[in-house]
Write a protein that binds this ligand. Structure first.
Ligand code: ADP
Ligand code: MG
Length: 207
């Protein structure tokens, strides 16, 4: 059976303003950056996640492959700075990161949101910046508003505090969204600006 084709303008991504983002009073600043590029917010809630939810979010979605990948990314960052990762294997590092993330995400209120639009996943990642704030580009949220590093997080055996979670791939978003939202909490509506971003004929402007 042919797969049902979803229009590119309907791509969705999950964004969570993590507890440090809320504590730094950056909610408005962060929302503004996704809003002004043309993305549409279709769900929003404030909540305090449980540790179980956080583990589900990272491990059930990514599995062992995610554990390896975060470990590999951290080791590569150490190497780039001419240093060596303190962890014996990528997976050991991944497990430590997952446990630390569970504590981090459940430490206070977060804002969970779904954003929709053409290339929503890639666009949100571009605006958000790379995992490690120190090496995130200036102009990105993580690069502009915070200063954490792999090294400092490891010294203190905690997660990198980088203000935001954003889905990395469309498939990741599809698995993550149901962990945070029921179907009934996700809204379907038209924004006036959709006309100019997506309307094929632009035939509604002139009187
Ligand atoms: P991203 O959030 O950029 O998609 P990952 O999916 O690789 O990054 O990791 C999820 C979260 O785990 C990161 O946002 C960060 O808070 C934390 N994290 C990742 N790698 C490390 C690490 N080496 N040390 C501490 N925390 C980490
Ligand atoms: Mg990720």
């Amino acid at each position: 059976m042919a797969e049902e084709k979803v229009h590119p303008k309907k791509e969705r991504t999950l964004v969570i303003i993590k507890p440090d983002g809320v504590q730094r009073t950056l909610i408005g600043e962060i929302i503004k950056r996704y809003e002004r590029v043309g993305l549409k917010m279709i769900a929003l809630k404030m909540m305090i996640p449980t540790e179980e939810m956080a583990v589900k979010h990272y491990y059930e979605v990514g599995g062992d492959a995610w554990l390896e990948e975060v470990g590999r990314k951290a080791a590569a960052s150490y190497e780039k700075k001419g240093m060596k990762s303190p962890f014996a294997t990528f997976k050991d590092n991944g497990i430590a990161i997952m446990n630390a993330n569970a504590k981090y995400l459940s430490s206070g209120p977060v804002i969970a949101m779904i954003w929709e639009g053409n290339q929503a996943v890639a666009l949100v990642r571009k605006i958000t910046g790379g995992t490690e704030p120190l090496s995130s580009d200036m102009g990105t949220i993580r690069g502009d508003f915070t200063l954490d590093t792999y090294q400092m997080a490891d010294v203190d055996q905690r997660s990198i505090r980088n203000l935001i979670h954003a889905s990395g791939l469309v498939e990741e978003a599809e698995k993550e969204i149901p962990i945070w939202f029921n179907e009934g909490e996700i809204l379907s509506y038209r924004l006036i600006q959709d006309e100019i971003l997506y309307d094929v004929n632009l035939d509604g402007i002139l009187e």
